[in-house]
Design a protein around this ligand. Structure first.
Ligand SMILES: Cc1cc2nc3c(=O)[nH]c(=O)nc-3n(C[C@H](O)[C@H](O)[C@H](O)COP(=O)(O)OP(=O)(O)OC[C@H]3O[C@@H](n4cnc5c(N)ncnc54)[C@H](O)[C@@H]3O)c2cc1C
Length: 292
């Protein structure tokens, strides 16, 4: 199929984008990497009257790593973030999640912010920003606001953004010394959306004790979900194999995933417990503590 008729806008400044959003509001869609939006237009799942292409806007593609954290601009490609040595070194969770998003060709175009703004319940990056406690910076002609990741996701493909708001940047907070993270998922094929996935970010001290842990999972409901009860159980522990099994069990009983064409609710429960156990085991083993 082909998209319905739309008017294509190519603004070159943020102010022009905001003016277009303010004028066309509900009838408009931002075009970033197009890797989700273009298929949706072709299938006529989305039929905006106006398409606002932000790729010609100067100064939106920044990727800055500073002592205050990381700022990722609206047109920074997923592949740019994935390939940044500072990201691999300081935010391994981000890189480990990105390499599991689709395929390199898609990540060459797809943007980090676009994936978060799209808010697919099975996508990797929404869980990543939730686990990291990131902030989403949204701007409209009415001003700028900062939305914590925990308040951003409202439903599958629905966010706290208003129709006239543009995500200009996502800010990842600085991480404590010794913090490590990983993303573990189970998908039918490499590059597919996850049946279940988990983003985990932890500080494990030299003695092997978990000092802090945040985990968020994908594919278990309409929004990415924080696993607070399981994280509380892990904090203060040494993540023994017995405890990992207990945490796996807690996860299975605290989530309420949907039945859908891809997997039954029960299967997703089991798989989510498994990915959490694998993620924590990886973080434990990488911390150098010895459980053999
Ligand atoms: C074959 C295939 C496989 C894929 N597999 C995966 C996968 O395994 N995991 C995964 O997470 N994703 C997957 N994707 C999606 C891909 O990661 C997209 O790049 C991403 O979801 C959207 O980013 P984008 O920059 O392409 O956004 P676009 O497609 O341009 O936009 C997506 C939506 O977000 C809105 N939007 C984009 N940027 C902004 C902004 N700055 N402010 C406000 N709204 C904005 C758009 O208006 C639109 O509604 C896949 C895509 C394809 C084609």
């Amino acid at each position: 199929m082909k998209p319905r008729y739309f008017e294509y806008h190519q603004p070159t400044s943020i102010d022009d984008v905001l003016e277009l959003l303010s004028e066309y509001g509900d009838e408009a869609k931002i075009l970033a990497g197009g890797q989700s939006l273009i298929p949706m237009l072709n299938f006529r799942i989305a039929s905006p009257a106006h398409l606002i292409d932000i790729n010609g806007v100067a100064g939106l593609d920044q990727l800055n790593l500073t002592p205050e954290g990381v700022q990722i601009g609206a047109t920074a490609r997923q592949r740019t973030v994935e390939n940044a040595p500072e990201i691999a070194l300081s935010y391994p969770l981000v890189r480990r999640a990105l390499v599991q998003v689709a395929h390199p060709q898609i990540r060459n175009r797809g943007t980090f912010c676009g994936s978060v703004a799209h808010a697919d319940a099975s996508a990797e990056l929404p869980s990543v920003v939730l686990a990291l406690g990131a902030q989403i910076i949204a701007r409209s002609s009415r001003g700028e606001r900062t939305i914590p990741a925990k308040d951003f996701f409202e439903f599958h493909l629905v966010t706290a953004l208003s129709a006239d708001e543009l995500v200009v940047e996502i800010q990842l907070p600085p991480l404590a010394a010794g913090s490590n993270g990983t993303y573990v998922e189970i998908a039918r094929r490499a590059g597919d959306f996850a049946l279940a996935g988990v983003a985990a970010q932890a500080v494990i001290d030299e003695g092997g004790t978990v000092q802090s842990l945040r985990m968020a999972c994908s594919g278990v409901g309409p929004v990415p979900q924080l696993l607070e009860e399981a994280a509380q159980l892990a904090i203060g522990s040494d993540l023994s194999d017995e405890l990992l099994l207990e945490i796996d069990n807690i996860v299975r009983t605290t989530i309420d995933p949907p039945d859908d064409v891809h997997a039954s609710a029960n299967y997703r429960r089991v798989v989510t417990g498994t990915v959490v156990r694998r993620a924590l085991k990886q973080l434990r083993d990488e911390s150098g503590s010895n459980h053999d």
